[in-house]
Design a protein around this ligand. Structure first.
Ligand code: NAP
Length: 286
């Protein structure tokens, strides 16, 4: 870590916009990253209430922020206020990262690509030709599904509590790969064929740590099971999957890598992944 790191009148500014925002781990993660590579930069958390997003985005231009992450509930509305939207973000229909190129605001989505990069690095899975069962059909599922399809997943089955949402998402996904939407109670067949099962629902997240999104007796040995939830770091779903002989992948990796891509888009430097992971893991133990 660079011990000469300090803030002054040259400091380049970054931040995250969301509502709620005080729980966000992004500031500690990104500030640690800037410090690790010795950049004179600072990253703050901004509580942006519904109805004020447009003004906040204009503030990025006015104040000359280099970059901003955007989280719930603003990822879709934000698209109206940007100058340019990257192809991936346009396909997903949501932006989580803004790059300010001399006053032109460009929107990216690093959630899906961050997810896939962490999944591949942590489990070694080659997604080409694989069959995937995705549980959940919300905003995160859209980005994850798009990125998995781009990696060559041969078939994606989306199971959701509200079946209509699974069917809608499958219709969208069918542009990129073979896709099907089913109800959450119909997962047995898809689970028996899946190489990868991903929990894209919030089931199992703190404080409901005793819940699982599907019957884990359906999980086969040797497959990969992944959970977007990262609080707790290892959910009950992942614990039971591991007991059944699956390789497991926690949601923390997605969080780290979506931030890593944002860091790389903003700075052009490779993200110091290890330091970013360490500081976030440490914050869970405090
Ligand atoms: P969202 O748009 O609100 O979607 C929530 C999904 O969970 C929907 O499919 C919903 O089903 C389902 N769901 C919620 N409660 C359920 C229950 N009790 N039983 C069955 N299904 C239930 O949320 P999101 O933004 O996609 O986020 C989903 C999860 O991913 C959250 O836990 C979030 O923290 C996590 N996430 C993690 C990262 C990361 O970096 N690791 C990034 C983004 C999101 P219905 O359609 O039936 O309501």
């Amino acid at each position: 870590m660079d011990s000469n790191w300090s803030l002054d009148s040259h400091t380049i500014l970054y931040g995250v916009f969301g509502d709620p925002i005080r729980h966000s781990k992004s500031p500690i993660m990104l500030n640690r990253a800037f410090r690790e590579v010795g950049l004179n930069a600072a990253y703050g958390a901004f509580h942006i209430l519904p109805g004020t997003l447009k003004e906040a985005v204009n503030g990025i231009r006015a104040l000359g922020f280099r970059g901003v992450n955007v989280t719930i509930p603003h990822k879709v509305e934000l698209m109206e206020y940007l100058d340019e939207i990257d192809e991936g973000a346009r396909q997903i229909g949501a932006v989580n990262t803004i790059v300010n190129e001399k006053g032109r605001l460009i929107g990216y989505n690093t959630d899906g690509i961050g997810y896939v990069r962490s999944l591949k690095e942590e489990t070694g899975i080659d997604l080409a030709g694989k069959r995937v069962l995705m549980l959940g059909a919300g905003g995160a599922a859209r980005g994850v599904g798009y990125a998995l399809a781009k990696e060559g997943a041969a078939r994606i089955t989306i199971a959701n509590r509200t079946k209509e949402r699974a069917e809608e998402l499958a219709e969208y996904m069918a542009r990129f790969t073979e896709a099907e939407g089913i109800g959450l109670e119909q997962v047995a067949q898809a689970a028996s064929e899946a190489d990868l099962i991903v929990n894209n629902t919030s089931v199992g997240m703190h404080p409901n740590v005793d819940e699982v999104p599907m019957d884990t007796a359906l999980i086969r040995e040797g497959i990969v099971v992944s959970d977007l939830v990262y609080n707790p770091l290892v959910t009950k779903f992942l614990r039971e999957a591991q007991q059944r002989g699956a390789a497991i992948h926690s949601g923390l990796g997605m969080f780290i890598y979506q931030g890593a891509y944002a860091f790389e888009y903003w700075t052009g430097l490779p993200a110091p992944i290890q330091a970013m992971r360490e500081v976030v893991e440490q914050s869970f133990n405090e």
